[in-house]
Design a protein around this ligand. Structure first.
Ligand SMILES: CC(C)(COP(=O)(O)OP(=O)(O)OC[C@H]1O[C@@H](n2cnc3c(N)ncnc32)[C@H](O)[C@@H]1OP(=O)(O)O)[C@@H](O)C(=O)NCCC(=O)NCCS
Length: 188
């Protein structure tokens, strides 16, 4: 895989996953558990630093094999969340995007800024044609990211995830390479 961007801005960096981050990521997840549980299933499974180390090792393996691109978000030197291209579909040249932040790191533009750069990397260097964000219906902060970056709302997938004993619907947003190029042209 071509080298992905690491320096996003003076404050924001993308850090490759490594088991040495297990403790700090575990502490971040634990400190934000109810907030993360509102929209994600996996935090409840991260019961020890070893669980997080296993995730980080798997992420490293997926990055190496080109199955995904999972990176830690760092703000002013502190690990503050994760951003990822999940499930690269080579045939379709598409990928799903995921992200989360510690609650205290919201409102700073960290994900939007990093994602803008990762999308550019995806279209220009990974030959992606389509990137997808699936946001739970009601997850206004997540859908705001998609809208802020010019994603198009495709529709709502019903009962698309079993989240803590209930099914939730997902709003599907996507951005095509051609739309991104048009946006970039407009910005110049
Ligand atoms: C979804 C989530 C990452 C959104 O966090 P966020 O801080 O709103 O997103 P960003 O980092 O892109 O920041 C955008 C915010 O920073 C503000 N901002 C400040 N500087 C900015 C900049 N340079 N660029 C863009 N936004 C900026 C925006 O106005 C916005 O704030 P607002 O919501 O008060 O209008 C966060 O709520 C989260 O982790 N939730 C739990 C997990 C989750 O739901 N994950 C998504 C599953 S689909």
């Amino acid at each position: 895989m071509l080298k992905y961007p690491t320096r996003i801005s003076a404050d924001v960096n993308l850090v490759p996953p490594h088991s040495e981050h297990a403790r700090v990521l575990f502490d971040l997840i634990q400190a934000n558990l109810p907030y993360l549980n509102a929209w994600l299933t996996w935090p409840a499974l991260m019961q020890t630093p070893l669980d997080v180390a296993t995730f980080l090792n798997k992420a490293q393996e997926h990055n190496r094999d080109g199955k995904a691109l999972i990176l830690l978000l760092q703000y002013q030197g502190q690990i503050c969340g994760v951003i990822s291209y999940n499930e690269f579909q080579a045939n379709n040249r598409s990928a799903n995007i995921g992200y989360w932040l510690g609650e205290a790191y919201q409102g700073l533009g960290i994900v939007s800024t990093a994602l803008r750069r990762l999308i550019q990397y995806g279209f220009e260097d990974l030959a992606l044609n389509k990137v997808i964000i699936r946001a739970g219906v009601g997850n206004a902060k997540s859908s705001a990211i998609a809208k802020r970056l010019g994603f198009v709302y495709e529709g709502t997938a019903r009962a698309n995830e079993f989240l803590h004993q209930r099914y939730i619907d997902h709003q599907i947003f996507s951005l095509l390479k051609a739309e991104w190029t048009t946006q970039t042209d407009r910005e110049v």
